[in-house]
Design a binder for this molecule. Sequence first.
Ligand code: MRU
Length: 353
Amino acid sequence: MGRIKDIRPLKWTGESLLLLDQRKLPLKEEWVECRTYECVARAVEDMVVRGAPAIGVVAAYGVVLGAKELKEKVKSYVDFKAKLELIINRLAATRPTAVNLFWALKRMKKIVEAGQSIDDIVAALETEAVNIEKQDVETNRKIGFYGAELLSSREVILTHCNTGALATAGYGTALGVVRAAVEMGKEITVYVDETRPYLQGARLTAWELQQEGIPYYLITDNMAGWFMSLGEITCIIVGADRIARNGDTANKIGTYSLSVLAKEHGIPFYIAAPTSTFDLSISNGVEIPIEERNPEEVLYCHCKNCRIAPYGAKVKNPAFDVTPHENITGIITEKGVITSPNEENIVEFFSKA
Ligand code: MRU
């Protein structure tokens, strides 16, 4: 108890946004300072910051920076609003899959629409971005609590990608459940998938767990099934980038295979995500846009200076896959757990939430 650290991937100074450079972790802890919305957009595109909730929070601050830049240049209210819309569109075009980005920008848009003057809008946008950041941490603590309650006093949890403090404004979703369980005094060991090709597990999740002193084993992705067959994994918890109305869930590439293996071995498979990750406007996972990333991520080691495939190799590099809702034991949200998620259960959950 009490040993959980307050890792934060971003800091708002009032004038600029500081981002812990996740491309450099775990070897270097360096911060990037963004003073413009374009710097924020590039930071999201270049993976300085990543993780569905984190990019939503950061995009909200990007709007604030954009509004402050415009305030200096534009005099008319109509012009200010039109140009701010273009800035919001630029931020929305950074990454396509995680719906939290569009959710946060929608909240910012509402503030713009309600504002009566340039000064009012800029002030209200800053308040809203700070609220989005604060609420994200509170939300994650609630997800952590509901998730930890599902666990017994001793668990070996397999996780994929990074869903921790670094992927959010703080605390994390799936890794937040781990944190909460440890805070409750449960004995938790984590198996961390390295998460090829971008290695968010090896670089980021392992770094977070190490900071916390939570026991973990780093494994390569292709070892997961073997450890399940040996009975070493008692539970799988991963995050989400977008959840359709029927519960189909997009998350980091490799999640789908884990869900199939979990089903085969009778291991509970949970998604931990805030309700802002649900996209109720789409009926199933087929409609989720999947980001295709640079082939170099596959052709080179993460450190970039060592090529691992022959020149001329053709590459496919989807960043996410979709896990069908039938493979999901439950979705842990800040408002409770949706067990056996399907359209009926999800619609009922949201009608009460
Ligand atoms: O490409 P990334 O690193 O942004 O992908 C992140 C994931 O897939 C996470 O599992 C997801 O965003 C949930 S983070 C709480």
